[in-house]
Write a protein that binds this ligand. Structure first.
Ligand code: KIV
Ligand code: ZN
Length: 499
């Protein structure tokens, strides 16, 4: 017997809250489209009341996404629900997701409300949300530390008020799989109505049990699993989407669950998120880590050569990893390049293709082999690029282990070249402070990373820079074979998103 499981992705809401993972509207839309392509059932697009830019991003995503449901998060507060509805009402399949805490500790110290008051508020707000939106989800925050009798009561009341999906989250990542299974079974027994609606679960990974707990909850009857790409999220993160999907796939014999996810889009989605945020996954991460399909020991390599199943329980191709992908190079023309990016699933306008092709040509002049990941980096970088106010004209770095590094960077702003010169210990530091001298605003560097896109000394360097300006954070990206140039480009890209 198989059971259909729905995937609810909260990368753009719970995930985006985690340190270093904030995204701008364009980046959120890019990721939302990729999630839709991967066929997630529900995309939680954000928390509308958090800021104007969150509100705008949700609205844009809601208008663009057609196949997946678009959910918006809101406290059980009228103003939040109004704002969330305003943002999501243009969606083909809108959902309002409202929540209130139900554990004694949260009710006393956060809400400062009595339990009966919490029930009344939840019921009232779910009724209000249901008057606006046909699909309302209710979450009992900190459910796993709440009294099951209390949960059964609040769930019955909100279901009577119109909730169609009931979420029982492990907000603090505390429960264990067996406990969670029994907890859900117990509430199902105690509640009059829970079995008439969809049960959802949402697990955090504080003690590393988010995925195991989610599966235990699915065995106990949950059919909507909330998770994030690469497991990003508050504190230790949320249950990782790719792990849940592939466990169900590889161990269908154990669980009997099926989903609508196109597993071939998993790697691309993981890479896209990592390149947008600059937050990569650890090499040994299950499913999407760089080493997840690498066999290092001689015995293993020998076995895999004879028969991949000796050490591989799933095929790399099943998550969209292609090995034989050096198909375009220095001599490839515009046509071959266009076919290539189309086969990689990109839908670009002619203008975007032309820009990407120019970048590709520049890279192909310097680099022997161009891999899919190089093309992903070129395109992601272009797609998230903002209108350039500052343009890099040239830079010169003089560096060595016995001298102070000097950097000269020339930027063009509104047709005028401005030169900044600076000294520092290292080339990146010197280049960044030379750029600062060209700017008429004061920015603070919050985070900087550089990584190689592929292997080899001629690999493309991919840099992510996060700047703080006023109370806002801005992310910039840059790619180049020259790692200092990649870093400079990323810094200027971040400055341009402020400008
Ligand atoms: O962790 C959590 O409980 C949440 C909401 C579903 C309330 O993110
Ligand atoms: Zn959460």
């Amino acid at each position: 017997m198989t059971k259909r499981i729905k995937f609810f992705d909260t990368t753009l809401r719970d995930g985006e809250q985690s340190p270093g993972c904030s995204m701008n509207t364009k980046e959120k839309l890019l990721l939302a489209k990729q999630l839709e392509k991967m066929r997630v059932d529900v995309i939680e697009a954000g928390f509308a009341v958090a800021s104007n830019s969150d509100f705008e991003s949700i609205k844009i995503i809601a208008n663009e996404i057609k196949d997946s449901t678009v959910a918006v998060f809101a406290r059980a507060v009228k103003g939040d629900i109004d704002k969330a509805w305003e943002a999501v009402k243009g969606a083909a399949k809108p959902r309002l997701h409202t929540f209130i805490a139900t554990s004694d500790i949260h009710m006393e110290y956060i809400l400062k409300m009595a339990p009966e008051e919490v029930i009344r508020r939840a019921e009232e707000m779910v009724r209000y949300a249901s008057s606006l939106c046909p699909e309302v989800e209710f979450s009992a925050e900190d459910a796993t530390r709440s009294n099951p009798d209390f949960l059964a009561e609040i769930f019955d009341r909100v279901i009577e008020a119109g909730a169609k999906i009931i979420n029982i989250p492990d907000t603090v990542g505390y429960i264990t799989p067996d406990e969670y299974y029994n907890f859900i079974m117990d509430i199902r027994k105690k509640s009059k109505h829970l079995d008439k609606v969809e049960i959802a679960v949402h697990c955090h990974n504080d003690i590393g049990l988010a995925v195991a707990n989610t599966l235990a909850a699915a065995k106990a009857g949950a059919t909507q699993l909330e998770c994030t790409v690469n497991g990003i999220g508050e504190r230790a993160g949320n249950a990782a989407l790719e792990e849940l999907v592939m466990i169900m796939n590889v161990r269908q014999d154990q669980y009997g669950f099926i989903s609508n996810i196109n597993t071939k889009e998993i790697m691309k989605t993981s890479n896209l998120l990592a390149s947008i945020t600059g937050v990569g996954v650890q090499p040994n991460k299950a499913i999407v880590g760089a080493n997840a399909f690498v066999h290092e020991s001689g015995i293993h390599q020998h076995g895999v050569l004879n028969n991949p199943e000796t050490y591989e329980i799933m095929k790399p191709e099943s998550i969209g990893i292609t090995t034989d992908n050096i198909v375009v190079g220095k001599h490839s023309g515009r046509h071959a390049f266009k076919d290539k990016i189309k086969s990689m699933g990109y839908e670009l306008t002619q203008g975007e293709i032309d820009i990407a092709f120019e970048e590709f040509k520049k890279l192909a002049d310097k680099k022997k082999e161009i891999y899919d990941k190089d093309i992903d980096a070129i395109i992601t970088n272009r797609e998230s690029k903002v209108e350039d106010k500052y343009k890099l004209v040239r830079f010169v770095i003089n560096s060595g282990n016995t001298i102070t590094t000097t950097a000269s960077v020339v930027l063009n702003k509104d047709g005028i070249d401005i030169e900044g010169i600076s000294f520092a210990e290292g080339p990146v530091d010197a280049a960044f402070s030379a750029i600062d001298k060209c700017l008429d605003i004061h920015v603070e560097l919050e985070d900087y990373s550089i990584q190689s896109v592929t292997e080899g000394t001629d690999a493309l360097g991919y840099s992510v820079v996060k700047l703080k300006y006023g109370n806002h954070r801005y992310t910039g990206r840059g790619t180049s074979i020259n790692v200092v140039e990649a870093s400079i480009k990323a810094y200027i890209n971040a400055v341009n998103s402020i400008a």
